[in-house]
Design a protein around this ligand. Structure first.
Ligand SMILES: *Cc1c(COP(=O)(O)O)cnc(C)c1O
Length: 377
């Protein structure tokens, strides 16, 4: 099979018509107001609050800063139980708050942190649980809330993959004390760079807003050790236009996922991540697991073969966070403590998923994945 002429990346950012963006930027230029809670920022904040169906939302300049501020606002101490199977930003936000991550193993099906492993990791210094809705699949929020209540722990969700996801009727951003969303260009909804925190607690929302603006409370009062987490007007203007494109993009992505799922369903050794029951997906990723023993070809071989055909799949989240040099000496980072995560990270592959992919391209990508098995069989 011939390689694709142009590289096919794992995603492609939604781009609104340039003249629509120019018109919005015209309003920004007229106002002469480029950042610090401008008109575009405030509009986006209220539209996202409605879209995500959450009581309170604060915009940030990126998701990592938002998460760092969330942990700061909760005034956590000591240890925080988290997953090794996530983007580096998750445990790094803990380090920037002088908190020690305690890695707990993941569920083999959802790839989210396993509530039983959380419970087993709780010690006298534990102050919170930092869970991630991996690939947009919701964590077991009920079990996590029960554990947190029993041990007096705070719950923070990294919902970077879960924009617009719902469990039954529950919006994902209402779980726990606070949820972080990322609006990076690789995410379904994006502002080029951006992020948000959602919470049901008005006092916490006020704390986020203080921390993202250096802790400046008024012209002559600085009351907290804040940083600069503000979203500027250009990013907010882009976000307002991208938000209008999200519903159609999600429909297109769902149709593409259906093609992938139909093709992989009969294949022994390839498992497409399924949406759980009563769940509205964020359509963020097309994740598959490749069991090298059953399929006859390993994930790494499939990855290389796709690359040779100009398809740039991604091994999210390899390497595991627990193997980073700044974490590897933690007792919880030992391989024996994280057997499921170590297995999953060797099997996972995220395939291209964005609305502009044609069905024909998706079928060809599937041919490449399957062909790898035939050529070695
Ligand atoms: C994208 C992402 C982040 C970081 O968000 P930024 O907006 O890029 O800072 C954090 N956690 C997860 C799971 C992510 O995928």
């Amino acid at each position: 099979m011939r390689p694709f002429d142009q590289p096919i990346y794992v995603t492609r950012p939604l781009l609104p018509p340039l003249d629509a963006l120019t018109a919005r930027l015209g309003a920004v230029w007229d106002s002469g107001w480029l950042t610090n809670a401008g008109a575009q920022h405030d509009q986006l904040e209220s539209r996202l609050r409605a879209h995500l169906d959450v009581p309170h939302l604060s915009l940030f300049n990126n998701g990592t800063m938002a998460l760092t501020m969330a942990l700061k606002a909760l005034d956590l101490t000591g240890e925080v139980i988290t997953t090794p199977f996530t983007f580096p930003a998750t445990p790094h936000a803990l380090l920037w708050n002088a908190l020690t991550p305690v890695f707990a193993d993941i569920d083999p099906v959802t790839m989210n942190i396993d509530p039983a492993a959380i419970e087993a990791a709780i010690g006298s210094k534990t102050s919170a649980i930092l869970a991630v809705h991996v690939f947009g699949t919701p964590c077991d929020g009920t079990a996590i809330a029960r554990i947190a209540a029993r041990h007096g722990l705070r719950v923070v969700y990294d919902a970077a993959h879960a924009f617009g996801a719902r469990m039954d009727e529950t919006p994902i951003g209402t779980l726990g004390d606070v949820s972080m969303f990322s609006f990076h260009a690789t995410k379904l909804f994006h502002c080029a760079e951006g992020g948000a925190l959602t919470t049901g607690d008005a006092a916490l929302k006020a704390r986020f807003d203080l921390l993202r603006n250096f802790g400046i409370e008024g012209e002559s009062t600085v009351s907290a050790p804040g940083l600069n987490g503000k979203m500027n007007e250009m990013d907010a203007a882009l976000g307002l236009l991208v938000l209008d494109m999200v519903a159609e993009e999600k429909q297109q992505r769902a149709a593409i996922k259906a093609i992938y799922s139909r093709r992989f369903e009969p294949i022994d050794g390839i498992t497409a991540l399924r949406d759980v029951a009563n769940f509205t997906s964020s359509q963020q990723y097309m994740a598959i697991r490749i069991d090298g023993n059953r399929f006859g070809v390993t994930r790494d071989e499939i990855y290389d073969r796709l690359r040779r055909h100009n398809v740039i799949a991604r091994k999210y989240f390899a390497p595991l966070c627990s193997t980073f040099p700044h974490f590897e000496n933690l007792p919880s980072a030992r391989r024996e403590n994280l057997p499921v995560a170590h297995r999953v990270v060797d099997e996972i592959l995220c395939l291209p998923l964005y609305g502009a992919l044609t069905p024909d391209t998706v079928e060809r990508i599937c041919d490449i994945v399957e062909g790898a098995s035939f050529s070695c069989g």
